[in-house]
Design a protein around this ligand. Structure first.
Ligand SMILES: [Zn+2]
Length: 117
């Protein structure tokens, strides 16, 4: 039960804050407020709809970027990273990845439809 809630929360979080469109100044990027600085390197490295919209590399790099940010914040807060249960990490990463895959797939579908029209 707790896993499903965590998965859903991660899914929603990713939908609003971790869009693969972080490669441009998008709504998700603005929602980070001052913390958007943390995504600036990501935005500069990836061209829009390039690798960030690759179904494997996109979610992987976003999750890694977030992992770096979260680890630094936790360590600054004096929290031992090894104390986080692996189930917690798996459920939240799965939720975030699913959200990004949905985004990438719908971007691709929309592009294909536009090509046809
Ligand atoms: Zn997109």
């Amino acid at each position: 039960m707790y896993t499903i809630m965590l998965f859903s929360a991660a899914y929603l979080f990713a939908t609003f804050f971790l869009s693969p469109d972080l490669d441009v100044t998008c709504k998700s990027y603005r929602r980070w407020g001052i913390l958007r600085l943390l995504w600036w390197p990501y935005k500069e490295i990836f061209k829009h709809r390039g690798l960030s919209h690759n179904p494997i590399i996109g979610p992987l790099t976003i999750v890694l970027n977030l992992a770096v940010i979260v680890s630094v914040l936790l360590m600054l807060g004096g929290i031992d990273l090894r104390s986080i249960p692996s189930g917690f990490i798996i459920a939240s990463v799965a939720g975030m990845v699913l959200s990004m895959e949905v985004h990438i797939i719908s971007d691709n579908v929309i592009t294909k439809i536009k090509d046809i029209i």
